[in-house]
Design a protein around this ligand. Structure first.
Ligand code: GN1
Ligand code: MG
Length: 373
């Protein structure tokens, strides 16, 4: 869509959702791999306002209405918890979805696109490469999120993407993609494929513990990248946790692991220069120092103990997902450059190798954090 088409569409959405003011600015937020996100500015009686407009990828989220219902139940719950705790400025601490004139969460275009409107967290930033103080705050944010949801009735949520972090299923998808070899790329990725298969047993350790009943399923965020936390732009304190589309039952170690996978790798998720990709232990500690005390008492000792295993499991799982998509011909994740999914898979594999070697140190650091609580 060009700028003119976007501004026509957004003007229609503004009317449909009864938002205040005239559209004066549109900015594309290019970080997501699935949905399309824009920040829009309006002016109303001389005051500027901001909103988030998002086109939900309904190939990935086949039932956007259910995603919206999940998110609103969760944000209502979090809001209640914040009020009970006497937290002020609730609007900066939890997201809000708007409903349109018909009471729906979506504006559906004639092309069948699903657009939604979310509140904007004011005077806040999101950061792709967080430093140590921000990472500690991100740990608090995701830990508190877990804490607030610890009494949320999980059975009321839809499983909007079935088996989202079922590593066993992700591995079987990878093997199927290799057998089908739809895009004819298998010979190019033999080495990566063989490595992932060689790590399968380690990747599925947590799935097996959960099958044996040793790790519970809880309502978790499922996409804990540090850019899914809004930070106060002046104090750096955590405000709201965003991108709640994948909130579903899952394992706490995967939330912890995914956050570390993303934020403690200074090279970034798709860096071609693999020498820049490794797990920074101080970044790991910073996130853990925020997260672990915030969930302590709400999760079991076994869950705490297995947090480092989550870092390895989710890194291998994501490598498998990227490689699967590459083999399938790039049908799931948005690709912004040539062989993007392969580059992403290689970066995650490099990271997984480093994480694997550092597991004893991750455990030791975790233990020293829990001792201090
Ligand atoms: C996708 O679009 P984004 O960045 O919120 C993906 C996550 C991956 C992530 C990797 C629904 O999230 O699972 O971890 O890319 N979301 C979905 O960057 O598949
Ligand atoms: Mg996401």
């Amino acid at each position: 869509m060009n700028n003119h088409e976007l501004s026509e569409l957004f003007t229609t959405i503004i009317k449909d959702f009864n938002l205040k003011g005239e559209l004066i600015g549109i900015e594309c937020v290019s970080t997501g791999n699935i949905n399309d996100t824009y920040t829009i500015k309006t002016v109303y009686m001389g005051n500027e306002r901001e909103y988030i407009l998002q086109r939900v990828n309904h190939r990935v989220f086949s039932n956007p209405e259910r995603v919206a219902e999940n998110v609103c139940k969760v944000t209502d719950h979090v809001e209640r918890k914040l009020r009970e705790a006497g937290v002020g400025d609730i609007r900066r601490r939890v997201l809000r979805y708007y409903r349109n004139a018909d009471g729906n969460y979506f504006h559906i275009t004639s092309e069948g696109d699903y657009w939604r409107v979310l509140s904007c967290v004011y005077n806040a930033i999101s950061i792709d490469f967080a430093d140590i103080p921000h990472l500690r705050q991100a740990g608090i944010a995701f830990g508190e999120f877990q804490n607030y949801l610890s009494d949320f009735p999980a059975e009321t949520l839809y499983e909007t993407i079935p088996d989202f972090h079922n590593t066993k299923k992700r591995y079987s998808d990878l093997k199927n993609a290799a057998v089908k070899n739809t895009a004819g790329r298998l010979s190019e990725v033999r080495e990566e494929y063989e490595y992932l298969l060689s790590m399968e047993e380690k990747a599925v350790v947590l799935c097996e513990l959960s099958e044996k009943g040793e790790l519970p399923f809880r309502v978790v965020h499922n996409d804990t990248k540090c850019n899914n936390v809004m930070f106060d732009s002046i104090t750096g304190e955590r405000l709201a946790v965003i991108d709640l589309d994948t909130v579903m039952p899952g394992l706490v170690a995967y939330d912890f692991g995914d956050a570390v996978r993303f934020a403690a790798n200074p090279g970034g998720e798709d860096n071609e220069d693999l020498s820049q990709i490794y797990l920074d232990l101080d970044y790991y500690s910073a996130f853990a120092e925020g997260f672990v005390p915030s969930v302590y008492g709400k999760v079991t000792d076994k869950e705490i103990e297995t947090l480092p295993d989550g870092v390895l499991a989710i890194t291998l799982e994501l490598a498998a997902r990227f490689l699967t998509d590459y083999l399938n011909g790039d049908v799931y994740f948005k690709c912004k450059k040539q062989r993007h999914n392969l580059l992403r898979a290689r970066a995650q594999i490099k990271l997984a190798k480093d994480v694997f070697g550092k597991i004893p140190e991750l455990r030791a650091r975790l233990e020293s954090i829990t001792k201090k609580i």
